[in-house]
Design a protein around this ligand. Structure first.
Ligand SMILES: O=P(O)(O)OC[C@H]1O[C@H](O[C@H]2O[C@H](CO)[C@@H](O)[C@H](O)[C@H]2O)[C@H](O)[C@@H](O)[C@@H]1O
Length: 246
């Protein structure tokens, strides 16, 4: 698996910058998308490649996910000297303490009957949001209709985050772009490498500057400057970066 030439050139330049922040989304980036969110393990080699990047002096690795932090740590199995950002930025270095649980549970109660009525649909209740998943709904029309009815059923003041075969409704207005901007400020970062595949990652791509590298994983419109095909290509990219850093 080779890294696209434009990205390889950019990585060679970025490898000399310090402090360097290498931040990455999880699902669809380090983990291939699968039907069951609880079964989304990392791509082969992802854990080792991340660990090698994080071992370099002056380099911080951050996991930036829509998942709740505890779920992200459990499903990935990753452990390391990483910064952990979950719930699309609402969890920053630590889990939420339940203060949003009441509003989230009310939201889940609203959405549960809609989801239960559609075979294959799944309701995921997370620390600061509720996700309506339709990846395993066999009838595409029923999937589209469920996402539309869920969208219409919730309080319009809540934050809606459409994604890949999912609509998330959040009880905070946190976003990944603000979280990465906060982290880069804390670290005094000289440059950022960010990898993401979904609409919520576009907030990060749009926040990046000319000295940073946004890497879109897979197809679709993006504000990222670089693109790779899939999680295996992400692992190749991280390995190449680790080689350049060592
Ligand atoms: O920000 P991410 O780390 O990419 O997390 C985004 C959402 O990922 C999960 O859902 C997605 O992946 C599932 C497993 O591959 C897939 O079944 C689903 O269709 C995808 O939307 C996760 O379940 C969500 O909580 C995350 O917000």
């Amino acid at each position: 698996m080779t890294v696209p030439p434009d990205l390889a050139t950019a990585l060679a330049g970025l490898a000399g910058r310090r402090p360097l922040l290498v931040a990455t989304d999880y699902d669809g980036v380090l983990s291939p998308l699968v039907g069951d969110p609880g079964a989304a393990g990392p791509a082969p080699g992802a854990a080792e490649a991340l660990a090698r990047v994080a071992a370099a002096d002056g380099v911080t690795v951050a996991l930036v996910s829509g998942r709740g932090l505890e779920d992200l740590q459990a499903v990935s199995g990753f452990s390391g000297p990483y910064r952990w950002i979950g719930s699309h930025g609402a969890e920053f270095d630590g889990p939420l303490t339940g203060q949003l649980a009441g509003r989230r549970d009310a939201l889940a109660e609203t959405l549960a009957p809609l989801v239960t009525a559609v075979p294959g649909a799944l309701l995921e209740v997370k620390p600061a949001s509720v996700a309506v998943h339709v990846r395993q709904v066999a009838d595409p029309g029923a999937a589209t209709a469920l996402l539309a009815s869920a969208d219409a059923a919730v309080d319009p003041s809540l934050t809606k985050k459409p994604g890949k075969a999912v609509l998330e409704v959040a009880v905070t207005d946190a976003d990944k772009g603000s979280a990465v901007t906060r982290l880069r400020g804390e670290l005094g970062t000289a440059a950022v490498v960010y990898l993401g595949d979904d609409r919520t990652d576009e907030d990060v791509f749009r926040s990046l500057g000319p000295d940073d590298a946004g890497i879109k994983v897979g197809e679709g419109e993006t504000a990222a400057r670089y693109r790779v095909a899939d999680p295996d290509a992400v692992v190749a990219t991280l390995r190449q970066l680790a080689d350049l850093l060592s």
